[in-house]
Structure formats: C-alpha cells, structure tokens
Design a protein around this ligand. Structure first.
Ligand code: PLP
Length: 405
C-alpha cells in the first residue's frame, strides 16, 4: 500500500485497527495473562477518551499545570543565517519538566486514576521518562515504581535524585548489562505480578497495543496546537515538518496534526558515530522487521536476531526500534525518515543556543540539524521543527566532551 491510497481524513479512526495494527506493524505479543491486562486498558481507554469529564480534566491539567499551549517561535536569526528558508519551532522545551514526555505521562496517570489503580510502573534509561512519570504520580497521589539499571543509576544521578524527591521508588536492576533493556524486562515482570492494582506506563509510542495508539493520542495535542498556531501566525501551512525519532512519541504527536495536509514530513533518527551496527540507533534506516517488547516493528538486530546494542549522544533516542506507526508511515512513504549524526546534532545545539537563545535537548538538536540540511535543498519556504525538550540536562556532558564552540 502507498500513502496516496489512504484517506488521511479518517486515518485516526482506522489506524491502528482493532488488533492494534498499523498495516503489519504493532499488535500485542505478550503472555496470555498480560493480554488480558492490555484488553482491560484498551477498553478503559476507549470508554474514558469519549468521556467529557476525562477530556475536560486533561485539558485543565494541560493549561493549569503543564503550561499549555506551548508557543511557536519564529527563528529569525537562524533563518537569516541560512538563506531564504524560514524556521519555526514548537516549544515543547517550555512544557513543565522541560520536554514533551509529560503530555503522555499525565494522560496515562489520569487513566490509571480513572481505572482505580494505585500504582504506576515504568522503566527508564536516562531518567527522563522516570522523572516525567514521577511528576504525574505525585500530582495524582499514585505510588510510582521506576525500574532502572545499575549503570544508568550511576550515570544519571541528578534524575535519580529528582525521582526520589518526587516520591518515586527507584528499583535498581542489576542483572545482564544493567541498562535499559534489562530495566524494561524487570518492569514488565513486576507489572505481570501486580497488574490488578497497577498500570505500566510506557515512555513512548512503543510496546503492545494500546500503548502506541494511546501515547500518540495524548501527544497529538502538540501537532493540533502547532497547526493552528502556525496558520494563525503565517496564514498558511508550513512546507515541511521535522521531528526527532527515538521511540517516536514527540514525532507521532507532531505528525498527527499534519498527516492530512499537503506538507512534507520528516522523522530524524540518530546516526551516532556512523553506519556500523552498534554506532547508531537509526532503526528505520538500517533495521529489519522483528518483534520485541510486545510489538512488531522495524528493529536493529544482532547476529542472533536479538535487539542489537545501539548508541547515540542523545540517550533519549537510544533504542533499537521505533514505534509501529512509524514503521508503517515509513513503509507507505507518507513520512520520510532520515538521519543526523552526533556531530551534526552538537553543531545544531550550539547554533540554536547562540543565534536564538534557546539551548535545545541534544535529542531535539537532531531535528534542528536535519532541518538545516533540508533548508539547503529547499532553497525557500518554511520548516516547522518540534523542539521536543530543553538542553539543561545535556550541558555538562557537551562542555566536557566538545568544549565551547
Ligand atoms: C525522550 C526524549 C525524546 C525521544 O523520545 P520520543 O518518544 O522519540 O519522542 C526526544 N526528545 C527529548 C527531549 C526527550 O526527552
């Protein structure tokens, strides 16, 4: 199937289908017991997302607690420095806790509350998802268990401290390589034992159905706001929209606002140090079809068919697969997926800081870097970039490794 065979006006009704599939990607590849838990969540979500009370409470939270709508900024100096293309950024860096992640964490925690659950459970790698979920749990008065590998706990001390201050219980995972993959497995195991009283809150558009759909829906506020704001500011649609893709939640939310428009859409994966397996995390670019963590998608595999080790300067992009919807949008050609390297991201990090007074997250810097490359090809027009988060968390590492540029 090609994208011109799909009616994007009704896309969100039809994708995913009842089984949680976007084409052949997605699904629910978990144990029978967890399948039941997923069905319970799906049912609750479909009921609740139509309820006035839930919708108005989520709206109020976004306005009064998160600080939404976040603005769009026109990057006048960067645009001037690169010729005739005008750059605009959607400022998710100004969302409470400094990134887009709270958009779905507040939704997931509100759902947990409506379902009568007492606890939220999740894994975290760099700690960003853990902090966002701990924030949501504190807001709603839910218990919060965050599974994290020993190696990551040592590397991410400030985020571990934040989670603890917010009242979360950080559970150390010591086995295997003691990083993200082991943390996911341990969190799933804990959830399987405790799914009656708790809910697993996935950190991106990943995992078994309904999570890729639910997280996209919660994030779509970004694209819906951005479209309205952009048209309000300029009187037209952007020519191109760009977002970075790790698991793909900030991108899925942004893209949701523009799939039915004559707008070119680009997802940017991390090329890290280069094309060799282990040096990057560009799964859609270099991966193949496979099942992991409960869903079918495109993933990077090692010689044994297991999830391959991945690398990126941006720990938020460091995952060996991407959400099933991205695999689908890639396959049908509606979204173009391409890459930006560590080096290009660091260059963009400094450019945006120097020229605009915005220090971007190193994840978001990948989208900025790609937009700058794209501008050269386009020559004129406008590009809207999703600035998924702020860079405060990255400054120490970048100064240590790259110095001031
Ligand atoms: C976690 C994170 C990402 C990557 O997650 P997606 O699900 O791919 O959006 C991107 N940017 C920032 C700032 C993050 O914290």
């Amino acid at each position: 199937m090609k994208h011109n065979e799909i009616d994007f006006a009704t896309y969100f009704k039809n994708y995913p289908d009842e089984g949680g599939f976007f084409g052949k990607y997605g699904g629910v590849y978990v144990s029978e017991e967890l399948k039941q838990a997923m069905e319970e969540i799906t049912e609750a979500y479909f009921t609740i997302c139509k309820s006035r009370k839930f919708i108005s409470e989520l709206r109020r939270i976004r306005r009064e607690f998160q600080g939404r709508p976040t603005p769009i900024s026109h990057l006048e100096r960067l645009s001037g420095a690169l010729g005739n293309v005008q750059f605009y950024v959607k400022r998710e860096d100004l969302n409470h806790t400094g990134a887009h992640k709270l958009n779905h964490c507040m939704g997931e925690a509100l759902l947990a509350k409506y379902m009568g659950k007492k606890k939220v459970i999740a894994e975290t790698g760099a700690g960003q998802h853990g902090v966002a979920l701990a924030t949501a749990a504190a807001y709603f008065g839910l218990e919060c268990d965050i599974y994290m590998g020993t190696v990551d706990i040592a590397k991410q001390a400030p985020n571990v401290a934040r989670m603890k201050i917010l009242g979360a219980n950080v559970v150390e995972v010591t086995h295997g390589l003691a990083t993200l993959k082991e943390a996911v497995d341990a969190a799933f195991e804990a959830y399987a034992k405790d799914y009656k009283d708790s809910i697993y809150c996935i950190g991106s558009v990943l995992g078994p159905h309904p999570f890729p759909m639910m997280v996209r829906d919660f994030q779509s506020v970004v694209g819906i706001e951005a479209r309205e704001q952009f048209v309000g500011m300029t009187g037209e649609l952007p020519d191109a929209v760009v977002a970075c893709v790790g698991g793909g939640s900030n991108a899925a939310g942004m893209f949701a606002g523009f799939l039915n428009d004559p707008v070119d859409i680009y997802g940017v994966e991390p090329l890290g140090k280069g094309k060799a397996l282990g040096d990057h995390a560009a799964s859609l670019q270099y991966g193949e079809e496979g099942i992991m963590h409960g869903f079918n998608s495109i993933m990077l595999k090692d010689e044994n068919g297991e999830p391959a080790p991945v690398y990126s300067i941006a720990s938020g992009l460091d995952y060996p697969s991407s959400g099933p919807e991205h695999a689908f949008l890639h396959e049908i050609g509606r979204v173009t997926y391409d890459v930006a390297s560590d080096e290009e991201a660091v260059d963009a990090f400094f450019k945006l800081s120097r020229l605009e007074g915005i220090i971007p997250a190193v994840e978001s810097s990948h989208a900025v870097a790609y937009a700058m490359k794209l501008a050269k090809q386009m020559g004129k027009g406008s590009i809207l970039i999703n600035l998924s988060g702020r860079g405060d968390k990255d400054v120490d590492y970048i100064i240590e490794k790259y110095g001031i540029r």
